[in-house]
Design a protein around this ligand. Sequence first.
Ligand code: SAH
Ligand code: SF4
Length: 341
Amino acid sequence: MKNIYGVTQAELEQYFLNQNQGKFKATQVFEWLYKKRVKDFASMSNVGKENIEKLTRDFSMTPLKLLTKKVDTDVSKYLFELEDNNRIEAVLMNHDYGNSLCISTQVGCNMGCRFCESGRLKKVRNLDASEMVRQILAVEEDAKIRISHVVLMGIGEPFDNYEEVISLIDIINTPKGIDIGSRHITVSTSGIVPKIREFALYEKQVNLAISLHAPNNEIRSSLMAINKAYPIEELMDAIRYYYQKTNRRVTFEYILLKGVNDSREHAKELSQLLKGMNCYVNLIPYNETSHIEYKKSDPTTILNFYDELKKNNISVTIRREFGSKVSAACGQLRANYEEES
Ligand code: SAH
Ligand code: SF4
């Protein structure tokens, strides 16, 4: 049975229209779900007894089961269990500009990036939109806060689960839903070129982040298997097309790995690659994990890399390090939990 939290407003309107009822019924149900946050259909007092019975027959409303959480000063990590016992994570980060939640999009990931904990476990399945929406609802309820920003940077490759990710964006963006502004939603991809091109035509003004992590094909292919399918030239072409269609600046994520991609030469090469593009580089200090041999770069190496990009007029920031104490890198909490239990 489909979970109601994965139904878009348009789909619910169609559901009521199919029964010769007004589509405003869908608005009412959305308000009960996302504004009043009721826990069962029976509480939806203005939708009518027959509708309550029908909704109860047609949809489930089960929340996600919170298995464990780890809380630090500005970051909390949540581990959830799905109905089929698979586990996923979400990470809440408290910024001065609001609360941002990093959510998972799949159980495991098939992209197999060598530095990533999520890639160690092959994809088991896609999450449906309700499982993504319910991560947000569960964290808001547990932490008693409102999420202002959502980033699709947890476990999984969002563009390997395109349809459900689009439904998720729809559900959380609609004013009658959780009402998170499209500019406060960021999708991160390892670089699935055809989907970047499709996303360029998507009507909502959502942010796009690209996991680049290397200045050339040789290094990128050694880190990310996807680069063999879609090398840097094709990726850059798709990003230029995205920019042409949306006029939106993309963010490049670049993890600094000691001795691998972090020299001044690499920074120069990266500057060359990005020259003239309207973009922004986010340097990410690597979050070391016990299963993977890569090490994070030294602070001075990170600063030198940053300086070199600046010198070449590339907009760049160094990501604040969140939650290394609470295993915040994607996939780490689940991996640790499974080893401890
Ligand atoms: N699959 C998508 C989104 C999830 S990964 C993607 O790859 O973009 C989100 C980001 O976390 C990516 O940039 C990824 O490269 C990065 N990441 C993965 N493991 C990490 C680690 N151990 N330390 C720091 N960043 C990591
Ligand atoms: Fe998958 Fe992203 Fe991890 Fe690569 S970095 S394995 S694409 S989750």
